[in-house]
Design a protein around this ligand. Structure first.
Ligand code: PLP
Length: 293
């Protein structure tokens, strides 16, 4: 496995660095070398944001969508606006240093640093991942877990940061452990008013006949980059693609359900709360092939 760590010396969002300045702001460090202060807000409070991109054969998917979402998360957390050109150059440097063939995961991390009025702490990692991801074909069993909020909490309580990709993922990881305790592989968060939202690390897609549905993001979920890429692909295949509220009970009476994300890609859901649900393995294979193309 290859593991890379690239530190960014942050450049102001409105600066116009030349290529030499950009290159000088990026430093590879050995992966075993410590890079954080014990007083960093990212480590002590989970106060920061991140992105995870999937890469295949030297190309990263959805770079601009991930950079836009990083910037949107920075706005939601009142963090300094990232210089997207610098992060773009960081992604390119990681891709260059990763093996030319095979799949990889690239993570961008920006924390509030050690001093709220000082610079953020910024780094990227690059890690190779196995080419064979069994969940893409064998599927996953999910349980529905309440997130404890009503559906429109993103609009009514923006300080809960439900649509931002923050470093505070302890509850997402706890939901995955709860799913495993219940004999499943993954979870679908639901709202207290009965709607299906997203997975702890993935977006939800549902097929009903010729229509593919995903929960609308204004209801306090993360805008998925994989879901957006898949909507482009599925629309080109003749499906109608819709953003709307999805009742949790719809999962049991749909023609197929998937959890989709940047590295695992489309994982077909085979059971919801212990009840088998319909799958569409042919469409799943085409979706994953399109994402890897
Ligand atoms: N929703 C949540 C909560 C996530 O953490 C993720 C990814 O980690 C997603 C959705 C899927 O986003 P993407 O397709 O951009 O990986």
């Amino acid at each position: 496995m290859t593991s890379l760590v690239l530190l960014l010396d942050p450049i102001a969002a409105d600066a116009q660095p030349d290529d030499v300045e950009l290159a000088a702001s990026l430093t590879f460090v050995p992966p075993e070398e410590p890079i954080l202060s014990a007083f960093d807000a990212g480590a002590g409070r989970g106060d920061g944001i991140f992105e995870t991109l999937g890469a295949n054969d030297g190309r990263a998917r959805g770079v601009e969508a991930h950079l836009d979402r990083l910037a949107a998360s920075a706005v939601k957390l009142d963090l300094p606006m990232p210089h997207l050109g610098q992060w773009r150059a960081g992604i390119a440097a990681i891709l260059e240093a990763l093996p030319a063939d095979g799949q990889a995961s690239i993570r961008l991390v920006l924390t509030r640093g050690t001093d709220p009025s000082g610079p953020p702490t910024c780094w990227l990692t690059g890690t190779t991942v196995p080419d064979r991801v069994p969940e893409r074909t064998t599927g996953i069993r999910v349980v529905t877990l309440s997130r404890g909020y009503v559906n429109d909490v993103g609009e009514s309580s923006p300080w809960l940061l439900v649509g931002a990709k923050t470093l505070s993922y302890a509850l997402n990881m706890a939901a995955l452990r709860e799913a495993r305790r219940r004999g499943a592989d993954d979870a679908v968060f639901t709202s207290t008013d009965g709607f299906a939202l997203e997975g702890p690390t993935s977006s939800l897609l549902v097929r009903q006949g010729n229509t593919i549905v995903t929960p609308a993001i204004q209801h306090g979920i993360l805008a998925g980059t994989t879901q957006a890429d898949l909507f482009d692909f599925l629309a080109s295949e003749g499906f109608a693609c819709e953003y709307r509220t999805v009742e949790a009970s719809e999962l049991l009476r749909s023609d197929a359900v998937w959890l989709v994300s940047s590295v695992r890609l489309a994982a077909p859901v085979t059971a919801v709360d212990g009840t088998a649900v319909a799958t569409d393995l042919d469409l799943t294979a085409r979706m994953n092939a399109a994402l890897l193309a």
